[in-house]
Design a protein around this ligand. Structure first.
Ligand SMILES: Nc1ncnc2c1ncn2[C@@H]1O[C@H](COP(=O)(O)OP(=O)(O)OP(=O)(O)O)[C@@H](O)[C@H]1O
Ligand SMILES: [Mg+2]
Length: 139
């Protein structure tokens, strides 16, 4: 387990970038956990940049999934409203190619359906006023 403190959105983005650069080729699903405004989408912005995707990253709140075409295809999910097996299947989550990577916000809603070997990252708000977050990897 690794705990990293963040004191700004820019820092969270950079942590996402760093983890994106260090991802192993067998880590195809990155499961993000943590409540509203914890920093998940901010983290994905940096991670997508590490995958050489240089355009805007926005929250897939309504689309449920955004596709980013960089050095691999990165699928950015928001499972806030995805709670059942049927919902999850309808997002195309199980139709990804073997070389694609999925990064998933609100994993708590559907992680019982994930395969083994998922990289888990938790976001905790420590202090709202001080912009302080804790990012906990593989816990
Ligand atoms: N250290 C920090 N890291 C990331 N975001 C921070 C930090 N401090 C403050 N913030 C603010 O918190 C918010 C984080 O928003 P973000 O969209 O990344 O959260 P989220 O976890 O994706 O939320 P949601 O559950 O709505 O998808 C932004 O408004 C950002 O400016
Ligand atoms: Mg988000």
């Amino acid at each position: 387990m690794l705990e990293i403190e963040s004191n700004s959105p820019a820092q969270t983005e950079y942590i996402g970038y760093g983890i994106g650069k260090k991802l192993l080729s067998n880590q195809k699903i990155i499961a993000l956990y943590g409540g509203l405004a914890a920093g998940k989408t901010t983290f994905v912005k940096g991670l997508a940049r590490a995958f050489d995707f240089l355009s805007d990253v926005t929250s897939p709140t309504f689309t449920l999934v955004n596709e980013y075409d960089g050095k691999v295809k990165l699928y950015h999910y928001d499972m806030y409203r995805v709670k059942s097996w049927e919902d999850l299947v309808s997002t195309g989550f199980f139709d990804l190619d073997s070389e694609d990577v999925a990064i998933v916000e609100w994993s708590e809603n559907i992680d019982r359906y994930f395969p083994d070997g998922v990289l888990k990252i938790k976001f905790k708000i420590i202090d709202v006023k001080k912009n302080k977050r804790m990012i906990i990897i593989n816990n």
